[in-house]
Write a protein that binds this ligand. Structure first.
Ligand code: FAD
Length: 392
């Protein structure tokens, strides 16, 4: 136990334990929290993964960029994917209406990005990959956490357990047992060989497939196409229909090189839980993710910061402070749910499309504009055109 927190109740709970904190999940939330918490505490960070990448679009949105700026973290070239994206083409597949909106995303290789965040961990963090959290129990002092690694199952004692294990959080299930009631979708995402240059991020709406949305993202030599489908039933069948619909919109997809599926939460206010007792939840495990866009990186960072701040003073009130520190995030998620009512209502969305509010102009209504794939055109065949200058 570090000396700084000897007198506190948290320290009391953690005194004589192996670690002050065990963090489960080394994604953006867990890696960020571990980095910040290691300034004060002995931290063990575990992740079940040894290789493989989180199923993700890998777009770092402006809110996430702002968080990285606060950490003074830049994104190195080796993590960046090609091309950088400045607009989103928003298409209603049912009505054929579409608009383009200016958005500034940093397009990254998610696997490389996660690995980069782990490189920033200070030496004070013990990081174990290939180490799976199985469960935990209360002990005289703190908690005992069961971790399964290469050498079998190990019991590790700690003062605080942090669940940063994503949408399908086992820590949350064990601590709160509410997974069944959380609003969630099954995301199916495929990677295809990119046959034509695509210079934008595209999103698709089609109520016959999902009441959420689907996305297409160019990533180096690949095109990523994904959709979030409610209920696990026939998600794969809906994905195949999405592939066909996107093809009809002019995107030529080459051979499929990969397909992944994972849960993504679409939280209502009541789905957000920050923890209980000596267990804290951050990132998507807590339900911190945008219910309108599934943007999750900024929420992962913000909740990690809020928890690290709450634990700066290691007394018994840290969970109450964490609750207060995440009030704005909850308000934000409430706002995104309201925004979602407009975005995901076909009538309202098409009104917005027709009005052109906030759009780049051109490409409204049912016509395809120059500068992005024309319907039935066989893809972005106008690749050598100066799309940017003509599209506006
Ligand atoms: C298909 C898809 C596309 C998305 N695209 C974007 C996007 O473009 N931009 C964006 O901002 N957000 C996107 N999101 C959301 C974003 O990926 C998540 O919100 C974000 O990754 C959450 O970060 P996290 O650290 O909370 O959890 P995660 O990134 O999910 O990390 C959880 C970690 O916990 C580990 N873990 C899980 N269980 C255990 C266990 N039992 N023991 C040990 N380790 C465990 C996992 O291996 C993983 O490394 C997307 C989500 C999906 C599903």
């Amino acid at each position: 136990m570090s000396e700084r927190n000897m007198e506190s109740e948290t320290a009391e709970a953690g005194r004589g334990t192996d670690y002050d904190m065990v963090v489960v999940g080394a994604g953006p939330a867990g890696a960020t929290f571990a980095r910040l918490a290691a300034r004060r505490y002995r931290v063990l960070l575990v992740d079940r993964r040894t290789e493989g990448v989180k199923c993700c679009g890998g777009l770092v949105a402006p809110d996430a960029q702002a968080q990285l700026a606060r950490f003074d973290i830049g994104i190195p070239k080796r993590v960046v994917a090609d091309p950088q994206l400045f607009y989103v083409r928003s298409v209603d597949l049912e009505t054929g209406r579409e608009r383009r909106y200016q958005r500034h995303y940093t397009n990254v290789d998610r696997g490389a990005f996660d690995a980069y965040l782990l490189e920033l961990l200070p030496r004070g963090v013990d990081f174990r990959s290939g180490a799976r959290y199985l469960g935990h129990r209360e002990a005289d002092r703190g908690l005992v956490v069961e971790i399964e690694g290469k050498g079998g199952v190990e019991e590790i004692s700690c003062g605080v357990l942090v669940g940063a294990d994503g949408a399908f959080s086992r820590v949350r299930s064990k601590a709160l047992g509410d997974f069944a009631s959380i609003r969630k979708y099954l995301a199916v995402q495929g990677e295809f060989v990119r046959l034509d240059p695509v210079r934008h991020y595209a999103v698709f709406f089609d109520r016959t497939l999902t009441d959420f949305y689907s996305w297409l993202i160019p990533k180096d030599d690949a095109l990523i196409l994904g959709g979030a489908f409610r209920g696990e039933e026939d998600a794969r069948g809906k994905f195949e229909r999405l592939v066909e619909a996107v093809g009809r919109k002019g995107y030529r997809l080459g051979a499929r090189t990969k397909i992944d599926a994972c849960f993504v939460l679409r939280p209502r206010l009541r789905d957000i839980r920050i923890g209980e007792g000596k267990v804290a939840l951050i990132g998507e495990a807590a339900g911190f993710i945008s219910p309108s866009s599934a943007e999750g990186l900024s929420y992962a960072y913000a909740s990690a910061v809020a928890l690290a701040r709450a634990l700066e003073r290691p007394d018994a009130a840290w969970l109450a402070r964490y609750r207060r520190g995440t009030a704005r995030l909850r308000l934000n998620i409430l706002g995104k749910n309201l925004k979602g009512i407009v975005m995901y209502n076909r009538f309202l969305r098409n009104l917005v499309f027709m009005s052109g509010i906030g759009s780049l102009g051109g490409g409204g209504t049912r016509r395809s504009a120059e500068g992005y794939p024309a319907k039935d055109s066989g893809g972005a065949r106008n690749e050598d055109d100066d799309a940017g200058s003509r599209a506006g």
